[in-house]
Write a protein that binds this ligand. Structure first.
Ligand SMILES: [Zn+2]
Length: 245
């Protein structure tokens, strides 16, 4: 189990980072078309992983009211953390040129990826299909996230090599996050459903507070239809992992 957790944490951090670095090699017009589509898909996988995967799994292991309170508390916690700039998710179109923004991005990213590691570990400790579905949602939202981070770092004058190195350092925190959560939760399994509640809160928060505002800017029937289909495809991908569970 630990090997699976470490493998999928690596895919969700370094794997997503390398894919986003490769995307930077493509012309901007290609990225401009691809990244928003991935954001729609990622929103579906995050919501699917929370509502079809982690919430039903958590409710099987904990009293409904306590689980709901943890979920609600998690949403408020992520709101407060975003205020403290510990937690952020943005896309390419929000590029700002301010040198103070670089350390903030890296610290925020490192913390965010640490939480992603905890999410992956708690999902795998519940079941392997849940772990794989959740990891997929992590990979899907990390690629557009890292593309956005690269854009901001390059915009602020960092070389490509330095941007890759610093972004890489901020990404690997997923591994200690997953490892610590595994060691801790393996011994105190009664806490797993509550960590699943917080993990669901983080996915719902990323999907609705960070990703969908960007999607709302694309008005028009065709854009909305494409986003809707990709959103459903994201949910559908997660549903496959929970079929018959
Ligand atoms: Zn993430």
């Amino acid at each position: 189990m630990l090997l699976l957790i470490l493998l999928f944490s690596t895919l969700g951090s370094i794997g997503a980072l390398l894919i986003s670095a490769l995307l930077l090699l493509f012309p901007e017009s290609v990225r401009y078309r691809f990244v928003p589509n991935l954001v729609s898909y990622a929103t579906g996988t995050l919501l699917g992983a929370a509502f079809l995967g982690m919430i039903p799994a958590g409710l099987k292991q904990a009293p409904v009211f306590l689980f709901s309170v943890s979920l609600l508390g998690g949403i408020i916690l992520f709101f407060l953390m975003e205020k403290l700039v510990l937690w952020r998710h943005s896309h390419e179109d929000q590029v700002s040129s301010d040198t103070a923004v670089v350390p903030l991005i890296l610290v925020g990213d490192a913390f965010h990826n640490l939480v992603d590691g905890v999410v992956i570990a708690s999902a795998f400790l519940t079941s392997i299909p849940l772990g794989i579905g959740v990891s997929l949602a992590v990979i899907a939202h990390e690629i557009p996230q890292e593309v956005g981070d690269f854009a901001i770092l390059l915009e602020n004058g960092l070389s490509r090599g330095k941007a890759l190195l610093l972004n890489g350092l901020a990404s690997v925190t997923t591994l200690p996050g997953a490892l610590l959560a595994y060691l801790w939760l393996d011994k105190t399994s009664t806490l797993v459903p509550y960590v699943l509640a917080l993990s669901s809160a983080s996915f719902i928060y990323i999907a609705l507070s960070d990703l969908t505002p960007g999607l709302r800017k694309d008005v028009g029937g065709m854009a909305t239809l494409r986003q809707l289909l990709l959103l459903i495809a994201g949910i559908g991908t997660i549903a496959i992992f929970h079929h018959g569970q």
